[in-house]
Design a protein. Structure first.
Length: 284
């Protein structure tokens, strides 16, 4: 069950509306680095969380609900950047209708009805669950594996790429209100990265979690290969040395080594095509 408060999580103010920046903000809403992605990811991870304690489920659902507030903030920012924008900016690039709007850098889906020539794709100056190119977010980047450690590493990556995007938006912003909003969102991305890593540490860190899933016995692996870095250079030269080429493995259970990758199998030899497969007769 969720509760709604009419007030925004953090103030959103726009002094100098900019339709182009509104389009850029759409990436933070419906892009693969955006808030819809992390919101849905944390909800589904939380709803499916299992274990002897409910604290991880509780944490995930609290943060997922927070992310709904971030979507609301960004949607409000998009609307404010559109509603009072100077007519010149709204019409910029619209000389040739929708094509002109796209070439001019504007998003025709944000246009006021009647503003564009020929075809009008209007949202009444509001945000949509799409990225900056108008592609709808389709949930294909929502990861909820049912394995708590795996999900935490996915969450760190999601928050890291989200923070990269927020920093780029901050650097691109000219409006003081937009910079203020983004400096709040960037701070929350910092906390969330730390939060998910804190769960990894609480579960036992690298040595306690890796390899994931840690419930699968490594004796059932082909243990000869589980800490080899395969070098695939054609001339057989050694790869540049790194943490992953020598020394103890991160889980403390083995030693990294370098192995020149060589074929261990045979050339595939497939049988003829089936008569009912729709293949050419020469394949049968």
């Amino acid at each position: 069950m969720l509760y709604y408060d009419k007030r925004l999580q953090y103030p959103v103010k726009v002094d100098s509306p900019d339709p182009i920046f509104a389009r850029m903000l759409q990436q933070a809403i419906g892009g693969i680095e955006g808030e819809i992605r992390v919101c849905m990811q944390y909800f589904f991870q939380g709803w499916g969380a299992r274990g002897p304690t409910t604290k991880y489920r509780d944490m995930l659902l609290n943060t997922a609900t927070e992310e709904v507030g971030h979507i609301e903030m960004l949607a409000t920012a998009v609307a404010l950047n559109l509603e009072n924008a100077p007519t010149k900016l709204q019409e910029e690039g619209a000389a040739d209708g929708v094509v002109g709007a796209v070439m001019g850098g504007g998003n025709p889906r944000h246009a006021i009805e009647g503003m564009l020539h020929r075809h009008v794709l209007s949202t009444g100056m509001a945000a949509l669950p799409v990225n900056c190119d108008g592609v709808p977010f389709d949930m294909s980047h929502v990861y909820a594996s049912g394995n708590l450690a795996a999900d935490m590493y996915c969450n760190v990556a999601a928050e890291a790429t989200g923070r990269v995007l927020a920093v780029r938006l901050f650097n691109a912003a000219h409006d003081a209100g937009m910079k203020d909003m983004l400096h709040f969102l960037i701070a929350r991305d910092t906390m969330h990265q730390q939060q998910w890593l804190a769960v990894v540490e609480e579960l036992g860190g690298n040595e306690g979690n890796l390899p994931i899933p840690n419930s699968f016995p490594q004796s059932a692996e082909h243990e000869k290969f589980n800490y080899n870095f395969f070098a695939t250079t054609r001339d057989g030269s050694a790869p540049p040395a790194g943490r992953w080429t020598s020394g103890p493995s991160l889980d403390g259970k083995g030693t990294f080594t370098v192995v020149q990758n060589e074929p261990m199998g045979e050339e595939p030899n497939l049988g003829p095509a089936r008569p009912d497969s729709g293949a050419q007769t020469q394949q049968m």
